[in-house]
Design a protein around this ligand. Sequence first.
Ligand SMILES: C[S@@+](CC[C@H](N)C(=O)[O-])C[C@H]1O[C@@H](n2cnc3c(N)ncnc32)[C@H](O)[C@@H]1O
Length: 69
Amino acid sequence: MYLVLLEGRLTLAPIENPKWVLDVGTGTGLWACDLGDSLPSDCQIIGIDLSPIQPDWYDYLFCVLFVMY
Ligand SMILES: C[S@@+](CC[C@H](N)C(=O)[O-])C[C@H]1O[C@@H](n2cnc3c(N)ncnc32)[C@H](O)[C@@H]1O
């Protein structure tokens, strides 16, 4: 729904060529991985969450997900 509201954009942050992105409350990590697909591969994306609900089939080369206990 947000993608529709934001006209396909994953973020409204005024950043260009970020090197690091921190996704706090990443949930399944879908947004973090979609963002990783849209950025150059030299950008590191870290997703953190209190809940271990991330699927194990993500490509962790470009998308690192951590769970905080
Ligand atoms: C509605 S989900 C959002 C998922 C994801 N950001 C997305 O856009 O699909 C909110 C997530 O935030 C996590 N969360 C809530 N409080 C948190 C905290 N203090 N630190 C880290 N994660 C938190 C929850 O465990 C939950 O997975």
